[in-house]
Design a protein around this ligand. Sequence first.
Ligand SMILES: NC(=O)c1ccc[n+]([C@@H]2O[C@H](COP(=O)([O-])OP(=O)(O)OC[C@H]3O[C@@H](n4cnc5c(N)ncnc54)[C@H](OP(=O)(O)O)[C@@H]3O)[C@@H](O)[C@H]2O)c1
Length: 360
Amino acid sequence: MVHRVVQWGTGNVGYHSLRHVIRHPDLELVGLHAFSRHKQGVDAAEIAGLTGEVGKTGVLATDDIDALLALKPDVVVYTVKAETRPNEVIPELARILAAGIDVVSSSMIFLIYPPHADAGMREPLAAACKEGGSTFYVSGIDPGFSGDVLPLAALQMADRIEEIRVQELCDYSTYPDPEFTGVSFGFGRDADYTPPLAIPGILQVGWGGMVRMIADALGLELEGMREKFERDYAEQSYDTAMMHVDAGTCEAVHFEIEGIVGGKPVIVTEHVNRLRRDSAPHWPQPPVGRNGVHRCIVTGNPSVQLECFVTGEDGDHNTGGVQATAMRIINAIPAVCAHAPGLISTLDLPWTPSHNVVRN
Ligand SMILES: NC(=O)c1ccc[n+]([C@@H]2O[C@H](COP(=O)([O-])OP(=O)(O)OC[C@H]3O[C@@H](n4cnc5c(N)ncnc54)[C@H](OP(=O)(O)O)[C@@H]3O)[C@@H](O)[C@H]2O)c1
């Protein structure tokens, strides 16, 4: 079955999502939302850099929401900048869902596991799903795949569990996202700056859903969550695709969200993100020869470790990360469209592999 898709947002994730949707044999691009003025009226293939491959699609980018909803797509692939603008994004998502259109989203990572999300975000969207008979699913690579499929796969080979640790150890120097990741992680800023992620409670809002999802999948009641956040600073100035880094400003971040059981951290999600491969060498590193890894370590008897490496079409691990984020939600489209209305998580879905096998 071919699903009719409106792609919403054409930034880091959306650009790749649009490329995948245009090329996908089981998806038909029927509409494209772009926020930026210079993209209005531009053909989707041009925005996706695919005119040489597919010519024109005839789908022109627009910010006319009524026109996009009137297309009655099966699904919206929603990939706009969202976490810094919930007051605009929640009503926009509610409008799409209330119109009876399913949404798969990389945006609003706070809703990766709806039972963990703040009621102020969850309730308007749940009401919109009820009104429209529609379904809403949020995922990505991290938060997302690394904190659900990876640990749930590892745990199938485990018996006694002491700790489940999910890691993203990733060099972000090739990730051009200074406005959100840069600011929220505190990269390129000195020690006096308090980045949003260092504000108590924020890490739990962003990544705690992963911890809670694993706990619920195991039937574990968490006594609470604890957060850790620390930074490392550059000795020299240098430039990256993320930003210019001055000597003395932050070039690496280490954070953890611990799910506590029996007074101990039992489910831990951990990030180490660097703008220079050799910074903070005392923190966990990806394997030699790799710039990034998503890893799950189950410590127990037996102990199990799974490692995931993604590589994009340009050979870069950060491009791989945004492509994987896009494909995580795109591959879920048939299952999400077939699901009963409401806010759902990966725990509600069957396995959603790609079926797009190259046959020539
Ligand atoms: N879970 C994961 O693993 C994962 C990984 C990566 C990203 N994400 C999430 O995915 C979402 C997209 O990330 P991204 O890096 O692609 O974001 P981005 O490049 O910063 O922004 C995406 C698009 O949002 C639109 N936009 C920007 N400002 C806007 C505004 N004020 N009003 C309306 N639209 C606006 C623009 O659309 P146009 O370009 O169309 O004009 C922009 O290109 C974020 O919520 C991010 O947290 C999740």
